[in-house]
Ligand binder design. Structure first.
Ligand SMILES: [Zn+2]
Ligand SMILES: [Zn+2]
Length: 305
């Protein structure tokens, strides 16, 4: 099952030349999930060929402008482009008030329903479950209520051993039950154990999106063993005081988080506008966690094929 994330923006606070504030899009089994929606997100979607009509879920981590100021523009474009199907938005409760107010004064009644799911930054919880995944909020420690999001694949069905199935000429109608773990009884009464017909599916993969936060203990257990960990790394560690004051993380700390939670891979982002180039941030994170990459715009990270 396809499970990948494309970076649309990775700047913090303000856009700078060639770097947009935070947004990214997940493709999970050909469904698109937008995570944060800073200004410029629509331009980035056009640039990287992300179709707004394919997005059914939008997740907003918190109400600092560098994470949501593109939202109303995107909702308006969906309206103007004739969207009819519902859109689910997950975010802090005041976000609805903000959106409603903007729509009210532009006298816009959307032609499609918005379905709101409010996040609670004080406690973790499952906010979405569909046939492919679970999504949990990750309570973070920022200046205003902020949650990350943990996307976990559901455990998949067992995989049929094709040669065996063909040799026994098992009718297609039995496949579903066998994939669920049932044995197969042939017309002559012979029972074939499930373990001879199937193999274990791949372990479920996960993507942890850790947006603006201080480096604190409270979210570590929840993101343990993440296949791909996105962690903010606003500053180099020589700016640790500034990171603490503004409730952000340094690149070194992001690397330490990846080590401590035993992540498979780390992607760092949310870079301060002060850094015109990003190599030092990358090297600092890699000094503790070598398998680190930068959240470069347009780059796609594969979590599962
Ligand atoms: Zn931010
Ligand atoms: Zn913030």
């Amino acid at each position: 099952m396809k499970f990948e994330v494309t970076i649309l923006g990775s700047s913090s606070a303000t856009p700078i030349f060639n770097r947009n504030p935070t947004a990214q899009v997940l493709n999970i089994n050909e469904k698109l999930y937008l995570v944060d929606c800073a200004e410029g997100t629509q331009q980035q979607m056009l640039r990287f060929d992300v179709k707004a009509s394919r997005i059914d879920y939008i997740f907003i981590s918190h109400l600092h402008g560098d994470h949501y100021l593109g939202l109303v523009g995107l909702l308006s474009s969906m309206h103007l482009n004739g969207r009819k199907k519902a859109l689910k938005i997950f975010g802090p409760p005041p976000l609805k008030e903000i959106v409603d107010l903007q729509l009210k004064y532009s006298e816009t009644t959307l032609h499609y329903p918005l379905e709101w799911v409010f996040t609670d930054a004080t406690t973790k919880g499952i906010i979405l479950e569909n046939q492919d995944i679970f999504v949990e909020t990750i309570p973070l420690d920022h200046r205003i209520p902020c949650t990350g999001f943990l996307f976990r694949q559901k455990k998949r069905l067992r995989k049929l051993i094709k040669e065996q199935i063909e040799e026994l000429e098992i009718p297609v109608a039995y496949y579903s039950a066998i994939k669920k773990g049932n044995d197969y009884t042939a017309p002559d009464g012979t029972v074939y154990k499930n373990s001879t017909l199937t193999i274990e599916p791949a372990e479920p993969k996960s993507y942890a999106y850790v947006s603006d936060t201080l480096y604190v203990e409270k979210y570590l257990a929840q993101i343990n063993s993440a296949t791909l960990l996105y962690h903010e790394a606003t500053f180099l560690n020589d700016m640790l005081d500034r990171a603490n004051q503004t409730h952000h993380t340094t690149a070194l700390q992001a690397g330490e988080v990846a080590v401590r939670v035993n992540a498979e891979k780390l992607v760092i982002g949310h870079f301060s506008a002060r850094y015109k180039t990003l190599n030092e941030l990358l090297e600092e994170a890699q000094s503790v966690f070598p398998n680190t990459e930068l959240a470069v715009e347009g780059k796609t990270f594969v979590i599962s094929e």
